[in-house]
Design a protein around this ligand. Structure first.
Ligand code: ASP
Length: 403
């Protein structure tokens, strides 16, 4: 059973989500005035991410013992990420083919949105290149987590090979990790206020309930398609949790605070500290928590992958371009890559969608169709992204227990 204080905090967060939606809906732009409160919450989360992941990944990898063990656990982790992401993309393709949300769309745009225009050249090699940074400090400064995690992984692997001298270094990172987790627990108590403000202000920026409802109506079927797909994938992950990790509803409730924070912030990276703390409270082996969750928050994005495939097919349908089975196979592969390449920040998936659209020669202008509702769908896909990482930690926990 999750602890009592965790359940109380979860209830407070659920109330704050409902209150945020209601006040943003009713009072519209007035609610933008409390945006600073949400930003304060985001800043505190972002503040701890860097030291937290550095300490967690290094102490997590070192606690595995030797490099071979890292290889084995790493292998299972990548297998889990790859399988669940592939299932997500497939679900996206199936629902969009069944519902056909784009057929008969009018009001097609002929200009490429600003935030996409500069990304036209994004390609596969950019994803590989983003693994290694020439400048660690700069990567840390601009919150590029993937190259930092990559560096910590190889640094920790090297550390395990240097004999006695490794001990004080590992003890330092262990202590740093404990202190950072303590900070996360304190920040968590601020979550209900922060999430309330983030949601109310964002809905307010969209002009309040009525204005937003009009926006949603114009692409209503697209919204229904994506939400159906995400709900299905959430259930698939629940089944994996139950069948492979031997856990169920208690784990879902225990991770609830992280899931609602994902909904509130639309960022898996900002949610990362809470995801790690919730997993720890749910007795996930620290070796799984410290390694699987940070890596997952940056590359395992099931919700984003599903969204990419469904949205690209929606654009094709809207522009009346028929996608053959082999073109859909290309979408399958590139949507997976685009999800891996997407950073864990708000609306990152929309930008990496350029990779998928370019691969099948679809007009980038199509992204304009998605702009108005993307911030809203982003919250749901980020929740699924964080759920995917949480289930992954439980699966790897089971692997570690069995070995
Ligand atoms: N906002 C998502 C995340 O942080 C990424 C995306 O799909 O845009 O996980």
């Amino acid at each position: 059973m999750p602890h009592k204080h965790a359940v109380i905090l979860l209830i407070a967060i659920i109330i704050s989500v409902i209150a945020g939606l209601a006040s943003g809906w009713l009072w519209g732009e007035t609610m933008v005035s409390i945006k600073w409160l949400g930003d304060l919450f985001l800043h505190t989360l972002k503040l701890v991410i860097l030291p937290l992941i550095v300490a967690a990944v290094i102490s997590g990898v070192c606690s595995l013992g030797d490099v071979r063990k890292l290889g084995r656990i790493g292998g299972y982790t990548v297998l889990y990420y790859a399988t669940t992401t592939a299932i997500a993309v497939l679900i996206g393709l199936v629902v969009v083919n069944l519902i056909q949300p784009g057929v008969g769309m009018t009001n097609l745009s002929h200009s490429i949105p600003d935030k996409i225009a500069s990304k036209e050249e994004t390609g596969f090699s950019d994803i590989i290149l983003s693994l290694v940074t020439p400048n660690l400090i700069e990567a840390g400064g601009s919150n590029q987590l993937l190259p930092i995690i990559f560096f910590c992984l190889i640094f920790a692997a090297a550390l395990t090979t240097i004999g006695e001298k490794r001990k004080p270094v590992i003890a330092f990172f262990d202590g740093l990790n404990e202190a950072m987790m303590k900070l996360v627990i304190w920040i968590m108590y601020f979550a209900p206020f922060g999430i309330f403000a983030l949601i109310a202000a964002r809905l307010g920026m969209a002009g309040g309930g009525d204005a937003f409802f009009q926006e949603i109506k114009s692409v209503g079927l697209h919204v229904i398609t994506v939400l159906t797909g995400l709900a299905l994938h959430f259930c698939v992950l629940m089944a994996i949790l139950w069948l492979i990790a031997g856990r169920g509803r208690d784990y879902l409730v225990g991770m609830g605070r992280a899931l609602f924070t994902a909904f509130g912030t639309a960022s898996s990276s900002a949610t990362l500290p809470l995801t790690m703390e919730c997993a720890r409270e749910n007795d996930i082996d620290p070796r799984a928590t410290r390694f699987v969750i940070p890596l997952g928050a940056t590359i395992n994005m099931d919700g984003t992958a599903l969204y990419e495939s469904a949205a690209v097919m929606f654009i094709a349908q809207a522009y009346g371009i028929d996608m053959t089975l082999s073109q859909q196979a290309i979408i399958f592969v590139t949507a997976t890559l685009a999800a891996i390449g997407a950073a864990g920040i708000p609306e990152a998936g929309l930008v990496t969608m350029v990779i998928v659209l370019s691969a099948v020669n679809l007009p980038l202008e199509g992204i304009s169709l998605l702009l108005a509702v993307d911030w809203f769908l982003d919250r749901f896909r980020t929740t699924v992204n964080v759920w995917g990482d949480s289930v992954g930690a439980a699966v790897i926990d089971r692997v570690i227990q069995k070995s």
